[in-house]
Design a binder for this molecule. Structure first.
Ligand SMILES: NC(=O)C1=CN([C@@H]2O[C@H](COP(=O)(O)OP(=O)(O)OC[C@H]3O[C@@H](n4cnc5c(N)ncnc54)[C@H](O)[C@@H]3O)[C@@H](O)[C@H]2O)C=CC1
Ligand SMILES: O=C(O)CCC(=O)C(=O)O
Length: 424
């Protein structure tokens, strides 16, 4: 418990931008990477701040602040989602764009990382206000995005419909149809089969590999999932199809837990029509954060950053933590979990299924030729499974956690591109 004791004496770093810089330094030290390259990697190449005036339904105008961060274009155009959330900050968007670069590196996509965000709670907007905000944001960032420059996608509280409005705005500005500017679109306007499920599917694939790795059966394994949106809810479905027992789920309103297994169909119906908290009240968790500390085989944080910290990491009991969310575990918590022998499948691997199928969507848009769902899923499975074993081997070889192993793979690749381009 040496690391744990040392940690008590220092302030825990919770700023995601500082966290990703720390993660870069950790991997760089093991790789012995040139300082010049590390300094390039530690900051985004460009961050655009925009103000978006939106005519509200009551006739007033509200101005929203948004960001688009582009980390590295050494390997190819930048790629990554757009988040609509009241807690968005410029540092969060910077960090998310950097995690995207390393994510694309782990699964060998020809992209660097980008990310966008608007400070807004979209649930407080009417459909018309949401459409005007989405179109206004695309108009504001149109100069720096494009199929060969930077390709956005969905993230927290953004949807295929929002991607469609943004694609339409960009296409109108250019004067011709431009589906390759954004991914995660509805199928009818150039979306890919399998994209909606891809983040969760990729996560389920790496969980299956990790369980094999531990010599454990997926069938009957117990699972707790924090966040019941695109990533978490579909992960619950897919894992339950594999025979796992989903014992706990939560969303922004609260958490439910039944050690004997939740009735998933009922939970889904309640999520669609009212609230998961309309589930039998004897299964409500008084403190929703306790979902992270339940005695389960697999824990899937699928909501927001910094939920597993120095404060609760020691209480995590799962054998596997599969990070469907970006940035759920702090570096201090990583150290504690590693000491406890818990496998943390890092975000840049565990949720890379989303961007992988976004890449497939972009390729299909550029070819104007579309694949079957089986083709998409089987290509995804190959990519993710290979990435899992590459990360696992490197991590074990260096006796480091999987996150560091994953960063090492990516950073080596980006560093090589930076050198080959002659930037250092
Ligand atoms: N959608 C995608 O393709 C990808 C998403 N991710 C990551 O997955 C995470 C979730 O994103 P999505 O599922 O797309 O968003 P979403 O908007 O579809 O769902 C978010 C879910 O999180 C819940 N939530 C919000 N605050 C919470 C809290 N404090 N405690 C528990 N639950 C809470 C919401 O109620 C909702 O159920 C994010 O970290 C995102 O960056 C990562 C890769 C791809
Ligand atoms: O699909 C994409 O391009 C990126 C999705 C995303 O934002 C993420 O992986 O965090």
């Amino acid at each position: 418990m040496v690391a744990t004791q040392k940690l008590q004496n220092e302030e825990e770093v919770l700023n995601p931008y500082q966290i990703v810089q720390e993660q870069i330094e950790t991997a760089a030290a093991i790789l012995g990477l040139d300082r010049d390259i590390v300094e390039i990697l530690k900051r985004p190449k460009r961050v655009l701040t925009v103000s978006i005036p939106v005519k509200m339904d009551d006739g007033s105008t509200r101005v929203f602040e948004g960001y688009r961060s582009q980390h590295s274009d050494a390997i190819g155009p930048t790629k990554g989602g757009i988040r609509f959330h009241p807690g968005v900050t410029i540092d969060e968007v910077r960090a998310l764009s950097m995690w995207m670069s390393f994510k694309c590196g782990v699964v060998s996509l020809p992209y660097g990382g980008g990310k966008g965000g608007i400070i807004v709670d979209p649930h407080t907007l009417s459909k018309g206000e949401l459409e005007r905000l989405s179109r206004g944001f695309m108009e504001a960032i149109a100069d720096i995005v494009g199929p060969d420059k930077d390709i956005p996608a969905p993230d927290v509280y953004t949807t295929p419909q929002i991607m469609s409005w943004m694609m339409d705005t960009y296409s109108r500005m250019k004067g011709y149809n431009n589906p390759g500017v954004i991914t995660g679109k509805p199928l009818i306007v150039g979306g890919s089969k399998g994209r909606n499920e891809a983040t969760a599917r990729g996560c389920a694939y790496v969980i299956a590999e990790a369980m094999k790795d531990l010599g454990k059966e997926l069938k009957g394994a117990t699972v707790a999932i924090q966040g019941f949106g695109n990533a978490g809810r579909i992960a619950a479905d897919l894992l339950s199809q594999e025979g796992c027992k989903i014992v706990a789920v939560s969303d922004s309103k609260g958490a439910i837990y039944n050690p004997a297994g939740l009735d998933l169909a009922t939970v889904e119906e309640l999520k669609d029509n009212s609230s998961i908290l309309d589930y039998d009240s004897k299964y409500h968790l008084q403190n929703p954060e306790e979902i992270l500390e339940l005695d389960v085989d697999i824990l899937v944080p699928a909501a927001l950053e910094n939920v597993i910290t120095r404060k609760n990491a020691d209480k995590v009991k799962a054998a596997i933590v599969a990070e469907a969310a970006n940035g759920p575990t702090t570096p201090d918590a990583d150290k504690i979990l590693f000491e406890k022998g818990i496998i943390v499948i890092p975000d840049i691997l565990a949720n890379a299924g989303g961007v992988t199928v976004s890449y497939f969507e972009w390729v299909q848009n550029l070819m104007n030729y579309y694949w079957s769902e089986d083709e998409v899923n089987s290509k995804l499975k190959d990519v993710i499974t290979q990435a899992y074993w590459a990360v696992r081997s490197l991590a074990n070889e260096h006796n480091v956690d999987f996150r560091t192993g994953a960063y090492m793979i990516s950073m080596k690749r980006i560093a090589e591109a930076i050198k080959t381009r002659g930037w250092v």
